[in-house]
Design a binder for this molecule. Structure first.
Ligand code: FAD
Length: 466
């Protein structure tokens, strides 16, 4: 029997899931297919909407660079602090930010940016959908960005954050202790504290390194720590949570006035995370929070689980581990079916409308080699300079043209060909597959996925229902 649906979504990341949920809310029949795990499992679990607006240089490019301490480079960029002085700025104007209100700044983004295509209301509605289907997140009470300390010691403007990081917000002036572990070298608590202090945060902060009470292998993954705390494993006769608190407790006075809140790398349990935090807080007599970390990211994995639960609740059928490898279309570009590789057999999945949310350069939703840059599923046009040397600038942390590579679309997110005409009328593009935004520097990745996922899924469903 042919596999059919009204709307077929390709890609199981934040954009694809949002598109599928938005389409299902319109009452149509939705199916989602995805190849590999999405970037949610690597991401911090923070939902950034817009933290910075890159400034426009005299030559038309955008600004912001590693030598600018206020530049939105990477979260673990060792040269960067969020509010430090402006020494070392070269010939570029500063980016605008950190932004208080992301919605307010959308009009100042360059034309063609995904937010300019779908508008601030789509971001608002995408965030509202997220708030509806994902519990355990905060930030929905206000339009303003929260400032969340990261494992790089920066303070990141973000729109939604897991409840587990709430006690760590930089707007809170209570004394903070950051705890690291000898066996978790990628999280340097003393450095996090030093950078936060250098950034001028409005609270005393200190970092300490302790030994995790259980002896794990030196290269133990965060999931091993989390499991020990989830199970409250006995460590030499003492439950793990109590033993961890006992290791930290002697250091509470390392911070002036005594720590009122204690931050740990984001491994405080998985299934039992709220109970782990509550127990630690009880033992320590201080609030406990997680500092989001790089891959593998437990907050990211927890978020992915919640989003897939939401697909179940909405009645969306989904399959993972199945790449789309081709398509069938009419001469007018109406895509009739996608060809899905199921154990070596190409199976046609017919649909009236398609949402392409296959990710960007990181997830290979956009691919590049010596010949050029392409979108591999449908062959959507990806504008880029012919000369490869124009894809990059020398300054590795500067304004990189390749960061904005992706499919260009009209206001309904239909892909545009080289002449600016709609290439596939029943296809919508969402998330990192779209070009025109440097989401890493803007701190806008999840917001762009939510806004465009919502707009693409809903528009596809409305057209199908018509
Ligand atoms: C290390 C890291 C850290 C991040 N940190 C943050 C952060 O702190 N805050 C924030 O807001 N955002 C962050 N992000 C960004 C965020 O996680 C997403 O990358 C972004 O929202 C884009 O999501 P997406 O759904 O468009 O793409 P992706 O998450 O890349 O999902 C694309 C999906 O499409 C699938 N796919 C690709 N090709 C095919 C095919 N041919 N057939 C079927 N399926 C296919 C992939 O397997 C994947 O599941 C981070 C990303 C990374 C990589």
């Amino acid at each position: 029997m042919a596999i059919t649906s009204d709307v077929l979504v390709v890609g199981g990341g934040l954009a694809g899931v949002t598109a599928a949920l938005a389409a299902a809310r319109e009452g149509v029949d939705v199916r989602l297919v995805s190849h590999k795990q999405s970037t949610l499992s690597q991401a911090s679990g923070l939902v950034d909407a817009l933290g910075y607006v890159p400034a426009v240089r005299a030559d038309g490019g955008t600004a912001g660079a590693r030598d600018d301490p206020a530049s939105p480079a990477t979260d673990d960029d060792p040269t960067r602090t969020p509010t430090a002085g402006r020494t070392g700025v070269r010939d570029r104007p500063d980016p605008e930010g950190p932004l208080v209100d992301p919605f307010d700044a959308i009009d100042r983004l360059p034309a063609g940016h995904p937010y300019r295509l779908v508008g601030a209301d789509a971001l608002r509605e995408g965030l509202a959908l997220f708030d509806d289907v994902v519990d355990g997140y905060r930030g929905g009470h206000t339009d303003r960005n929260a400032l969340v300390p990261t494992f790089g010691g920066t303070v990141k403007p973000t729109a939604r954050y897991p409840a587990s990081v709430a006690a760590g917000l930089a707007s809170d002036d209570r004394p903070m202790l950051v705890v690291g572990f000898r066996s978790l070298t990628e999280f340097d608590a003393r450095q996090v504290a030093a950078r936060l202090e250098a950034a001028g945060v409005p609270f005393p902060v200190a970092g300490v390194e302790v030994a995790f009470p259980a002896a794990f292998r030196d290269d133990a993954r965060v999931t091993r720590f989390a499991r020990s705390l989830d199970l409250d494993e006995s460590i030499d006769g003492t439950p793990a949570r109590r033993a961890l608190a006992a290791a930290v407790e002697p250091h509470l006075d390392a911070v002036a006035d005594g720590a009122a809140r204690v931050g740990f790398p984001a491994f405080l349990g998985d299934d039992e995370a709220p109970a782990v935090r509550a127990d630690l807080a009880g033992h320590l007599g201080a609030d406990v929070f997680e500092v989001p970390m790089g891959p593998p990211s437990l907050p990211g994995l927890r978020l992915a689980d919640r989003l897939y639960d939401a697909l179940d609740d909405a009645g969306v059928r989904y399959e993972t581990g199945v790449p789309v490898v081709g398509y069938e279309a009419t001469d007018e570009g109406h895509v009739e079916a996608l060809l899905v590789d199921r154990k070596g057999t190409e199976v046609p999945y017919a649909a009236d409308a398609v949402v392409l949310a296959t990710g960007g350069l990181v997830g290979k939703g956009i691919d590049s080699d010596r010949e050029g840059v392409r979108e591999p599923v449908l062959g959507c046009h990806v504008p880029h300079p012919e000369e490869r040397y124009e894809w990059y600038v020398d300054d590795a942390f500067g304004d990189q043209p390749y960061a904005r590579f992706g499919v260009h679309a009209d206001e309904r997110l239909r892909p545009l060909d080289a002449d600016g005409a709609v290439q596939f009328p029943n296809v919508r593009v969402a998330g990192a597959t779209l070009g025109g935004a440097d989401v890493a520097r803007e701190k806008s990745a999840s917001g762009v996925s939510l806004a465009t996922g919502l707009a693409a899924g809903r528009d596809a469903a409305v057209e199908v229902a018509r």
